[in-house]
Design a protein around this ligand. Sequence first.
Ligand code: ADP
Ligand code: MG
Length: 322
Amino acid sequence: MRKLALLTCLYAFFAHPNATGKWHYGEENIMGTNIEVQVWAEERDKGTAAIEIVFEQMNAVNQLMSPYLASSQLYAINTHAATRPVVVDEALFNVIENAVAFSELSEGAFDITFASVGFMYDYRARAKPSQESIDGALDAINYRHIVLDSTSRSISFLHPDVKIDLGGIAKGYAVDAAIEALAKMGIKHALVTAGGDTRLLGDRRGRPWIVGIRDPRNEDRQAVTLPLENIAISTSGDYERFFEEDGERYHHILSPKTGKSAYEVQSVSIIGPSSLTNDALSTTVFVMGVKAGISLINTLPDYEAIVLDNTRRLHYSNGLTQ
Ligand code: ADP
Ligand code: MG
């Protein structure tokens, strides 16, 4: 028996000369954001394939859900859903269905129709809509304008000016899809990050992963560092896309009520098992602010929050303080 095991071992060694067992790294820019992958693989080919599969998943999500690509299904929704139902792939339908569920959970703080006004901002060009333009478009922000028909798997809008954008949830979905693909390949230790959304598969081989939450006002400083394993964390910050004018900060997380940037906090991190949920909740709590936001998280048993308010004080959900 022992001899057989030894032979098997030797065979495995000689049959797989590339059996190095090491960390594989990958980095690419997809979905307008930085994607980082770390994977432990016993064999080099498997490590390379694992990195590739992650980028494939991210590219597929971008092709389907980008608001800028004229060939994406999201673009088709924004172009046609006010006049006819638009049939979409299951993945996109599910993400929109989830987005609407987070709107209901948050009484509209999370709302993908924010884009009806959101598309009038161009942060790179330092352009913002006038109060008059905001007032004219504010009616279109309401998730109740979205009709999901699960039988035909189609989306339609009840208001002529509705636009949707999945920037607050699609990266989380993509990270989940990537981690699930890695797990299916037999990978046991991995990190996948897309912008502010990170999910960890297993630990870092005997040690936890160390994940930092950056200081929103200092790129080179961490506000908090956390040892984590087999879980996900998402951070929403007012520093990702913004410009300043007359002492005011115009950034990419909007209150659906006002069509303007939410201002009560600087950064929100959510820790929990699903990256899609973390992503949506980090944007949600950012809009809701410290008190209402943390109260919401305290009703969700698997999710925790770390919030840095606009006076730079840290606040934690119950699970992190008790
Ligand atoms: P990022 O990692 O891009 O900073 P966040 O998770 O912080 O993403 O979400 C910000 C994005 O969410 C914005 O760029 C926008 O696309 C979208 N968004 C902004 N406000 C809302 C809102 N009230 N509800 C849903 N999505 C929003
Ligand atoms: Mg988010």
